[in-house]
Design a protein around this ligand. Structure first.
Ligand SMILES: [Mn+2]
Length: 331
């Protein structure tokens, strides 16, 4: 199917069905939560019964606490088997964090922008060159003839501004910038979003950042910048897991860095021992390929993984993955 056909098929399915369960990926970021909220509100604007569900008990990142996410379920509702599952910003079904979510649903709709999306839906709309899932949803809403109210515009803007790194990353296309203007015209309060998302840093997050910066090391003559956070770091400064979001951007910003790596010990018992985040600063390096060495994935510029391997082994594997690509690029 072409992308236009996929778009129309998703829009038709949203029109035809009446009850929906909207989900996104665990440990959600701004695009995940913005898309979750916008999709839910859009369905309600169409007169549908739509509920939001985020599996697990991990607290939401505090910078998104201002979003009107009342009614967000943390456990699957009893009537999940009667609800069409709409997954937004989920590259793989296991990112939903509820193994039964997909099999329970009578129909699965998958709307995303990850280039490595496994197309786990019955219907899929995957736009790999979109800046964010929010941008993809905007086109779905247009297809549905929805009015872009301030309530819809603001979560779409949150999705857009966070996934483009405040309109700085390579995915900041002219289309993304035009969409930003459209969302501001529709009533998104960009200054309020800025203050809530970027200027409400908790002191414990600052102290966690300090630990990561203090431990940062360079490899391969400065082309790789790597750091790690231990479980005790989180405990010492009083930080929970989402506090580490954004730290990697400081590592990537170092002069000459092509690859930034942050490895953190997992806080949840029963989870994999380590979680890794990877960021590429150059077009020639696809970090999703490195993440796949550990069973992870993501985008070219940003990817992640979970693993039980020890820290030294993780760093060694990442180094090999980096050299495999960079040697190829130079040949
Ligand atoms: Mn995204």
């Amino acid at each position: 199917m072409t992308q236009t056909t996929e778009l129309k098929a998703i829009a038709d399915a949203l029109r035809q069905h009446d009850r929906f369960l909207v989900v996104t990926h665990e440990n959600p970021d701004g695009d995940a939560l913005g898309s979750l909220l916008a999709a839910t509100l859009a369905l309600r604007q169409l007169g549908k019964d739509a509920v939001m569900y985020l599996a697990g008990q991990t607290p939401l990142p505090r910078e998104y606490a201002f979003m009107p996410l009342e009614g967000l379920l943390r456990e699957s509702p009893a009537d999940a088997a009667q609800r069409v599952l709409l997954a937004v910003d989920c590259a793989k079904e296991d990112r939903i964090g509820d193994e039964a979510a997909r099999s329970r649903a009578p129909l699965v709709l998958n709307v995303d922008h990850h280039h490595d999306n496994t197309r786990f839906g019955d219907l899929n709309l995957i736009v790999a060159d979109a800046s964010s899932t929010g941008e993809v949803l905007r086109d779905v809403f247009a297809e549905l003839g929805l009015e872009l109210t301030p309530e819809l515009a603001e979560p779409l803007y949150i999705a857009l501004v966070t996934d483009t790194g405040r309109f700085q990353y390579a995915n900041t296309t002219p289309k993304a910038l035009r969409l930003a203007a459209e969302l501001v015209e529709a009533g998104a309060d960009i200054h309020a979003v800025f203050q809530e998302v970027y200027e409400s840093v908790e002191f414990a997050k600052l102290k966690l950042l300090a630990r990561a910066l203090d431990r940062a090391e360079v490899l391969e003559g400065g082309r790789i910048v790597v750091s790690y956070l231990l479980r005790t770091d989180f405990a010492d400064v009083g930080a929970s897991e989402p506090y580490s979001e954004g730290i990697i951007d400081y590592l990537r910003a170092v002069e000459g860095a092509e690859l930034a790596v942050l490895v953190r010990e997992q806080l949840n018992v029963g989870a994999h021992a380590h979680k890794g985040s990877l960021r590429s600063s150059i077009d020639e390096l696809d970090v999703s390929v490195i993440a796949r060495r550990f069973g992870g994935g993501g985008h070219r510029q940003a990817a992640g993984f979970s693993t039980d391997l020890p820290l030294e082994e993780i760093v060694q594997q990442i180094r090999e993955g980096f050299l495999a690509q960079r040697a190829t690029a130079r040949a």
